[in-house]
Design a protein around this ligand. Structure first.
Ligand SMILES: NC(=O)c1ccc[n+]([C@@H]2O[C@H](COP(=O)([O-])OP(=O)(O)OC[C@H]3O[C@@H](n4cnc5c(N)ncnc54)[C@H](OP(=O)(O)O)[C@@H]3O)[C@@H](O)[C@H]2O)c1
Length: 432
């Protein structure tokens, strides 16, 4: 047997096939690194009879993940399934003293703390560059390139599906439901798009980035999360008239006493960098204490971009092994330095409020009185004849910074006014 590093893969679908192709093609930048030599020894799939786009030789493709985990010639396990037992497979591989590379954001976001501790204990590594933002090397940048910084804030477009839907809505190509249906037909959205459109996928990715950037221990369930399901073409139109674009952002920033972390639609000024990230592209804007603002942008998913991130992890492991280095997982163990997510009610934000109100005098005064009672001050008001629906007209209010908890109370009170028809629509505003 050669000295090549034995790779065992679980999963040979979209990303797995891309990884095999990159390893077999070995671009020259990789070949020039003397110690980087891999041999794919075992690959587990669900259906061994399925035709594959890559040739791995006889006997390599097997039907049971345990054959990968138990193979003594496998030194690194690459998990690329998204299947339910992925957590158990990753844990078993680490416990068996094998390093793991995965693209599975759900497992890392939910079980990261336990898995990093096992890796440290066993002296192996757990690499997960592909779990956030596909081909963008954001995890490596945060862990290595920006290590000298205290990260102050992180704003990300971390979900391509929702960015694709909002981009097309902004281009007036249809309403939410029509564009979602198109996105499913074109393969940009899953048959069940809930995890994407609800913001849950972005929240898992934010939990991972926030752990690295701010040493938080919370999971996606601890992050305030609101999706794009209720965004209407008219919200985008009103935002546009005021000079704003609507995006689904994942945001984490240092605040006194903790880390504010939230995923929700936001209004960004048209000229901000994140407002100009279109279609399925991802982007992350980081403010670091030493580097200032940096924006990373590129493909957040897809076969080759995601495979590129997986192979980068493999190359790092190969180089570490040849240097005789010990596990590098220590920075993922937060220990005594753990930071906590701050309560959403304490966030201080600017708000865009829109409501249909009776076309009669005194309505604005009633709404303004409720806002004032909750210490919310108005920055501008827009009331138009256009948009007349029956005998109601749209009223748009932009506020100065206010406490989220106060705003929620004010919105409930305004919803109760007889002259407001159908409740208040609220979109948070963000400066990036
Ligand atoms: N696709 C992307 O752009 C992207 C981007 C970022 C992260 N990811 C993550 O990467 C992972 C893989 O995604 P993918 O798009 O490549 O998925 P995929 O195309 O659906 O491939 C899944 C692979 O896993 C295999 N598999 C499923 N259940 C298995 C089991 N019980 N035992 C053994 N093998 C099993 C499948 O076998 P068969 O081939 O026999 O069906 C298939 O080869 C997921 O965690 C996903 O979230 C994907």
């Amino acid at each position: 047997m050669s000295n090549a590093i034995g790779i065992g893969m679980i999963g040979l679908g979209t990303v797995g096939t891309g990884v095999v192709q990159l390893l077999q093609d070995a671009p020259s930048a990789m070949r020039r690194r003397r110690h980087v030599d891999f041999a794919i020894r075992r690959v587990a799939v669900r259906d061994v009879g399925k035709a594959r786009d890559v040739d791995l030789g006889a006997g390599v493709v097997v039907a049971d993940a345990r054959q990968v985990l138990e193979d003594p010639s496998v030194q690194i396990v690459v998990e690329l399934t998204g299947a339910a037992p992925a957590y158990e497979w990753i844990r078993a591989a680490l416990q068996a003293g094998k390093s793991v590379v995965t693209a599975n954001k759900a497992v890392i976001a939910l079980h990261g703390a336990e898995l990093f501790a096992i890796a440290l204990d066993r002296g192996v590594d757990l690499m997960f560059e592909a779990s956030v933002a596909g081909g963008i090397p954001i995890i490596r940048s945060l862990r290595n390139g920006l290590v000298a910084n205290r990260v102050e804030s992180l704003h990300g477009i971390l979900n391509g599906t929702t960015n694709y839907i909002l981009t097309r809505m902004t281009r007036r190509e249809g309403d939410y439901a029509d564009i979602l249906a198109d996105a499913q037909k074109e393969g940009y959205a899953e048959p069940d798009p809930t995890a994407d459109v609800s913001g849950a996928d972005a929240a898992s990715k934010l939990a991972i980035l926030s752990r690295i950037a701010f040493h938080t221990t919370g999971t996606a369930a601890d992050i305030y999360c609101e999706g794009i399901e209720r965004i209407e073409a008219s919200d985008i139109e009103f935002a546009g008239e005021l000079g704003y674009t609507i995006k689904l952002l994942a945001i984490a920033r240092l605040v006194p006493g903790g880390v504010e972390a939230r995923v929700h639609p936001v209004m960004l000024r048209h000229d901000s960098q994140l407002a100009n990230i279109h279609a399925e592209q991802n982007a992350i804007e980081i403010v670091g204490s030493a580097v200032g603002t940096q924006v990373f942008t590129g493909a957040g998913a897809g076969k080759m971009p995601t495979a590129s991130a997986v192979v980068a992890d493999l190359v790092e492991l190969a180089e570490r092994k040849s240097a005789g280095a010990s596990t590098a997982i220590g920075d993922m163990i937060v220990g005594d330095e753990a930071a906590h997510f701050a309560p959403m009610e304490d966030a201080e934000l600017r708000y865009f409020l829109r409501m249909q109100v009776a076309d009669q005098p005194g309505v604005l005064a009633q709404v303004a009185r409720i806002l004032a009672e909750h210490q919310i001050s108005i920055s501008s008001v827009l009331q138009k004849e256009r948009g007349l629906q029956g005998d109601t007209v749209p009223l748009v209010i932009v506020t100065h910074k206010a406490r989220e908890g106060s705003m929620q109370q004010a919105v409930s009170a305004i919803d109760g006014l007889a002259l407001v028809d159908g409740g208040v629509r609220l979109i948070r505003m963000e400066t990036t």
